[in-house]
Ligand binder design. Structure first.
Ligand code: HEC
Ligand code: HEC
Length: 401
């Protein structure tokens, strides 16, 4: 350090000192504001954006790929260059040396010049290090296989994920809806007859754990392949669970449990309400095949408008018309538009009844409350054709003259 430099520095030091920014309160004040803003930002992020959910930790899931946060990926990637015995070089030696060098920097780098342009060696070395870290991070991102797609948590998400997986892995032998039958076009099983797995006989006598094990382990001697990763298959625990949930969705007891909460029973003569009584049936039994991206017969059943208007054979529902395609199809008729619907397990009588009554009463988006006037006319005439159901109620209550 020559005299001139020393003087310049002294001069600057004095200048800064007289400008008079004090640690307390000036700097503290700024720090407080910044810290507080970041705190508010964090609270906001947590409240309105949240953290992406990962599946719950599962010690049996051997498919999970643990990975560090992105800012540590370069270290993680570096390990790949030091396999086995020499791993410690990547985990301890190199990072240790780097930290040590940083610590010692003030002792061996005593040049007073600050501008990067005046410090070519330091600048080049640091640039190389940063470039190396970036390159390693990119390499890590590119070479690590993506995490197996997380299956959603909600019942519906589980069922649709399970259905997709089922289609891909199981349908060729067990049929689209678990109906079984004679296997065609599968090597080694050609002509084998498989019992239905969507039947009461199956579903009522097997727990979900049993089904899980059958899928996970397979039944190798019977010709059922193993699907669990640990048994040489390609499905992880979550995926097998999703299939189990899907298989269980064929169980009509599940429907009963769910509906006991979701769909209130209809009173005698009560006109069903679309949102309360009808749509829940569609949601459970139809939209797996009749929704955006899966519109069988181009018929979408996820919203009222589409139920009324979409489809190759639209309209499939006509208010007041009990010969509407939908009514005929849920009554297991085979018509031009297709059917019976749903293709395998029929709707339960109460479900058919609810849909029928809804169509009969005009297939409205919102239930029209019967007005007093109409009821009065009915009890007088007692034979109003269009409101057969209502008439019946009246008839049971007051003897028809
Ligand atoms: C290559 C054809 C094939 C594929 C693919 C296949 N299975 Fe099987 N599965 C069989 C055979 C064969 C059996 C033996 C059952 C029998 O003898 O009736 C069986 C048995 C079963 C059983 C037990 C049936 C019972 O009555 O005990 C279940 C449950 C089952 N499979 C579910 C699945 C699921 C779920 C998938 C998809 C992840 C799947 N299978 C994929 C051929 C297959
Ligand atoms: C497993 C898949 C599946 C389920 C579940 C299903 N459908 Fe379908 N649906 C189809 C297919 C496939 C067609 C096309 C016609 C055919 O091939 O039979 C169709 C066609 C229809 C059509 C005629 C559409 C048109 O305009 O061409 C109606 C109406 C219909 N389904 C009603 C229903 C109702 C109501 C339910 C529920 C109670 C239901 N479907 C459940 C597969 C399904």
């Amino acid at each position: 350090m020559n005299e001139h430099d020393k003087q310049t520095i002294q001069q600057r030091f004095q200048e800064e000192k007289t400008k008079g920014v004090k640690f307390f309160p000036d700097i503290i004040y700024k720090d407080t504001i910044v810290a507080f803003s970041i705190f508010i930002l964090m609270v906001g992020l947590a409240m309105f954006i949240g953290v992406p959910e990962e599946p719950p930790a599962d010690p049996n899931d051997t498919n999970y790929i643990p990975r560090p946060e992105w800012y540590f990926l370069f270290l993680f990637e570096m390990l790949k260059f030091f396999p086995g015995q020499i791993e410690f070089i990547g985990t301890a030696v190199l990072p240790g040396v780097a930290v040590l060098l940083l610590l010692l920097l003030p002792f061996f780098d005593r040049d007073i010049k600050r501008h990067p342009r005046n410090r070519p060696v330091a600048t080049i070395v640091m640039s190389l290090i940063v470039a190396g870290m970036v390159a390693l991070t990119i390499r890590a991102v590119m070479t690590t296989p993506p995490q197996a797609e997380a299956v959603g948590f909600s019942y519906q998400e589980q069922v649709s994920a399970g259905q997709e997986l089922y289609k891909e892995h199981c349908a060729e032998c067990h049929g689209e809806d678990g109906e079984g039958g004679v296997v065609e076009g599968v090597e080694g099983l050609e002509g084998t007859y498989l019992e239905a797995i969507n039947s009461e006989d199956y579903l009522y006598t097997r727990t979900d754990e049993t089904t899980f094990l059958i899928i996970d382990y397979g039944q190798p001697n019977l010709g059922m392949p193993a699907f669990g990763l640990s048994n040489g298959g390609e499905l992880n625990t979550q995926q097998v669970n999703a299939i189990v949930t899907f298989v269980r969705s064929w169980d009509d007891r599940v429907v009963i449990e769910e509906e006991a909460v979701a769909i209130p029973a209809l009173a005698e003569g009560e006109i069903p309400d679309y949102e309360t009584h009808v749509y829940p049936i569609f949601r459970r039994r139809c939209i797996s095949c009749h929704r955006e991206g899966k519109e069988k017969g181009n018929y979408i059943m996820t919203d009222y408008e589409s139920v009324m208007t979409s489809g190759d054979y639209a309209p499939n529902v006509i208010g007041g018309d009990l010969s509407s395609n939908m009514i005929r199809m849920i009554n297991r008729e085979e018509i031009e538009a297709g059917g019976p619907m749903p293709p395998t397990r029929p709707l339960r009588p109460e479900e058919i009844d609810a849909i029928t009554r809804w169509v009969e009463a005009g297939a409205l988006p919102v239930r029209a409350e019967p007005t007093l006037e109409i009821q009065a006319t009915e009890s007088i005439t007692g034979t109003l054709e269009a409101t057969e159901v209502a008439t019946e109620t009246v008839a049971t209550e007051t003897p028809v003259p």
